[in-house]
Write a protein that binds this ligand. Structure first.
Ligand SMILES: C[S@@+](CC[C@H](N)C(=O)[O-])C[C@H]1O[C@@H](n2cnc3c(N)ncnc32)[C@H](O)[C@@H]1O
Length: 289
């Protein structure tokens, strides 16, 4: 189905039972949208989100803190490491500022490819394609479990030059990838064709600070049919094998360069606790091919 076709189905009319948006079941992108205060979510998403809130009251703070980390990391890579190409997988429902807006506010010529497998993200993809005319953006409708589909998509190969550094952003995505899919091999495969000097930006929910709240949250997601696994610091660190971590290494998002927050850009972390946030994040450089 085309983006326009899906978009048409998000209107106010009754939804056909075969809708690919599957509004009767909670969905991770729409629940995250709800946690960020967005409006692109349905009753099933809000019901599951309400259950999560009773188990993990900090989840809305966690979503905002994760998003603020992503903004700071992208600003850092564009401003201080000269990165001009970005591949953002697990993009989420557009929430301004989106990654391309952050990158192009520093480097208008930046090129960004987004990828997600959710029809509702596809339906809203137009908001991700409003590039600065000096740069470019594109959207790939694909599952991260099929990295070659993403890497070989014409939308990607037309926009990104893989002989030059790329920042690969996998924010709040890999906890939706169960061990059976071999998430470590997926990340390695995605990094493989990227030029030396490329970066990995990653954030991931962890049970390390509040195991009961976060494990119960996983159960709520599982009972809604959403797969995944939350991971310890050591398990998150493994995603960075072979890469050179940027200081301060694997950290909670609110302590990853809070100094880089810029006023009115959604990059501020505020006063939050590790239990509320329950994420690990990291940024690392690929040194060898
Ligand atoms: C929690 S949102 C994160 C959004 C954004 N990256 C951020 O950190 O603000 C997770 C996104 O991952 C997407 N996602 C989940 N599983 C996926 C998969 N197997 N392949 C591609 N995208 C996936 C969801 O559709 C959702 O848009």
């Amino acid at each position: 189905m085309t983006a326009q076709g899906v978009a048409a189905q998000t209107g106010s009319g009754p939804e056909p039972p075969s809708s690919p948006l599957n509004q009767g079941k909670p969905h991770s992108a729409r629940m995250y949208d709800y946690f960020l205060g967005g409006k692109d979510n349905y009753v099933a998403d809000r019901q599951a989100a309400a259950k999560v809130l009773t188990m993990w009251p900090g989840v809305m703070i966690a979503a905002r803190t994760n998003r603020a980390f992503m903004h700071r990391a992208i600003r850092y890579l564009a401003a201080e490491r000269g990165i001009r190409q970005f591949l953002d997988i697990g993009t989420g429902i557009p929430t301004s500022p989106n990654l391309h807006e952050v990158a192009q506010s520093i480097a208008p010529e930046a090129r960004i490819v987004y990828a997600d497998n959710d029809p509702i993200v596809l339906a809203h993809a137009q908001a991700l394609l409003g590039s600065d005319p000096r740069g470019r953006t594109a959207y790939v409708d694909a599952n991260v479990a099929e990295p070659d589909t993403i890497l070989n998509a014409p939308e990607l190969t037309e926009v990104l030059d893989l002989s030059q550094p790329v920042a690969l952003s996998l924010c709040a995505l890999l906890h939706f990838v169960p061990d059976e899919w071999d998430p470590y091999a997926i990340v390695q495969r995605l990094l493989e064709p990227l030029a030396p000097g490329s970066y990995l930006v990653l954030s991931h929910i962890t049970p390390d600070f509040d195991p009961e709240a976060t494990q119960r949250t996983v159960q709520i997601y599982h009972s809604g049919g959403i797969q995944g696994k939350i991971r310890t610091k050591a398990e998150v660190e493994r995603f960075f094998t072979g890469l050179e971590l940027v200081e301060p290494g694997i950290e909670v998002p609110h302590r990853w360069h809070p100094d880089l927050a810029a006023p009115d850009t959604g990059t501020d972390t505020g006063d939050v606790t590790d239990e509320e946030v329950s994420f690990w994040v990291g940024v690392a450089r690929k040194t060898a091919s």
